[in-house]
Design a protein around this ligand. Structure first.
Ligand SMILES: Nc1ncnc2c1ncn2[C@@H]1O[C@H](COP(=O)(O)OP(=O)(O)OP(=O)(O)O)[C@@H](O)[C@H]1O
Length: 230
């Protein structure tokens, strides 16, 4: 599904200036968008508003034609939007399979066999089907990240958001992230990636948005925008 953000405003209590000050962005279905910007530009605030973790004060967010306005308790837009956390947040005492099937079983009441079948397919799509029975401590950073992505995909979101997906990874693994995002995009999921990592943004995304003071200061294909920003 496409995502369209119009005039998004978010004021944190006690802050002098709004963290988001009329931000607009549009990401077509199945595309990968990177969100860049200096510290304090509003990137994390945008992710939190999009994912439904925080309410916002003005503007609208449209996901696949369903529009939510300020103050709406949209949750994660009825599960349409998933979030992959920076530090993966896997449960150490659960196997990969149980980490990934927990939410479908508990939140959606799905039968274990159905959830496991879908998760095994997703693990295979991301090339880690042999890790289904492993525990997080036995995984590399890149494998943990792919498990975190499968866990989010297990809830069948249409849009997936990432907070700094390369920050916990060894530099040698960073190029793997681009490949993983591309595999997810091939399934039709729209992805928005907050990152400080210019090479990852350049290699992995279709579109780049540069935030400044809570607005989009520049956007376009990575080769154009990142060359200008450099
Ligand atoms: N809970 C909060 N209370 C008050 N102000 C906040 C809060 N969270 C963020 N801010 C302010 O909102 C602005 C945007 O912050 P945000 O964390 O979204 O920036 P960012 O682009 O993600 O920065 P970074 O790259 O450092 O993570 C900053 O001025 C920040 O100080």
């Amino acid at each position: 599904m496409s995502i369209c953000v119009t005039d998004l405003v978010k004021r944190h209590p006690g802050a002098a200036a709004p963290a988001l000050a009329g931000l607009c962005m549009k990401v077509p279905t199945g595309k990968i968008a990177s969100v860049l910007g200096r510290s304090g530009a509003g990137k994390t605030t945008l992710l939190r508003c999009l994912s439904g973790l925080d309410p916002f004060d003005g503007g609208t967010i449209d996901v696949g034609g369903v529009t939510f306005g300020a103050g709406a308790k949209h949750g994660s837009f009825g599960g349409r939007i998933g979030l992959v956390f920076q530090t993966f947040e896997l449960f150490p005492h659960l196997s990969v399979l149980d980490n990934c099937t927990l939410a479908p079983r508990v939140v959606r009441g799905e039968a274990r066999s159905r959830a496991e079948a879908r998760v095994k397919e997703l693990l295979a799509e991301l090339g880690i089907e042999d890790k289904a029975k492993a525990y997080p401590e036995a995984l590399s950073g890149g494998q943990k990240q792919r498990v975190a992505i499968v866990r989010a995909l297990a809830m069948e979101p249409s849009v997936l958001l990432y907070d700094e997906p390369t920050s916990a990874l060894d530099p040698a693994l960073k190029h793997e992230v681009g490949r993983t995002l591309r595999r997810v995009a091939d399934t039709g999921v729209t992805q928005i990636v907050v990152t400080h990592d210019l090479p990852v943004a350049r290699e992995a995304s279709d579109l780049v948005f540069v935030l400044d003071k809570g607005r989009v200061a520049a956007f376009g294909p990575p080769a154009e925008v990142i060359a200008e920003a450099a």
